[in-house]
Design a protein around this ligand. Structure first.
Ligand code: G3P
Length: 220
């Protein structure tokens, strides 16, 4: 499973990239706002992320009408070859995805919750389909079970182009575990969750005891 970082925070991206595990980045309007981004700086910000990450960088469209989504997608794709255009799952989004795919612009279809939505996204030409796990849990559904169904359904067919499933809205290290066990292509995780994935109390306890025993060696 490849790991993407779900953030627009440059410091977080630089840190994760330095660990040698970063295969891509996904952003969305909320994450960009959280990183203190402004409208005028958006293209430069996405370009900066592309310079750090050796992999696809998703930048999201905010238009709701197909022609505007297509223009916006073309503008985003022109920022850098690494840019993948994120488009919400909706009829206008499907139509825009079809056209963007014809223009060789890769689309990450986002806000995808169900198997039918994922199949439609893949059929329309999306290179990536992003089922949301945590937001399904938020409404007392089982986000991991829904993700498993999407992974299974997408793997059942040849769409005539590569389609990778990105487990999104990841809220815990256990979500990462479950995604990896079901063989999902990619998990996009917030930096906080990436840190949780590295840490374990037994690892911390082990480091502590090794260091304390090494003090004995040094003083021997
Ligand atoms: O990038 C989209 C998705 O990962 C958002 O996650 O936590 O806002 O539901 P969340």
């Amino acid at each position: 499973m490849k790991l993407f970082l779900d953030t627009a925070d440059i410091a977080e991206i630089e840190e994760a990239a330095s660990w040698g595990i970063l295969a891509g980045v996904t952003t969305n309007p909320t994450l960009y706002a959280r990183a203190g981004g402004t409208l005028s700086e958006f293209p430069a910000h996405i370009k900066r992320i592309c310079e750090i990450v050796d992999g696809p960088v998703s930048a999201e469209t905010v238009s709701l009408v197909r022609d505007e989504i297509i223009s916006e997608g073309e503008r985003l794709a022109a920022i850098d070859p690494r840019v993948v255009v994120k488009v919400p799952t909706m009829p206008e989004g499907l139509a825009a995805t079809k056209r963007l795919a014809e223009l060789n612009v890769r689309v990450n279809m986002t806000l995808c919750f169900t198997v039918p939505q994922a199949i439609l996204a893949a059929r329309a030409g999306a290179a990536y389909v992003s089922p949301f796990v945590g937001r399904f849990d938020d409404i007392s559904e089982d986000g991991i079970a829904q993700l498993a169904q999407v992974v299974q359904a997408v793997s059942n067919y040849d769409f005539g182009h590569d389609v990778e499933v990105i487990a999104a809205s990841i809220r815990s290290a256990n979500h990462v575990t479950q995604a990896a066990l079901m063989g999902v292509d990619i998990a996009t995780v917030p930096f906080k969750i990436l840190e949780q994935c590295v840490k374990h109390p037994l690892t911390d306890r082990g480091i502590e005891s090794f260091l304390s025993d090494w003090e004995k060696v040094k003083n021997s």
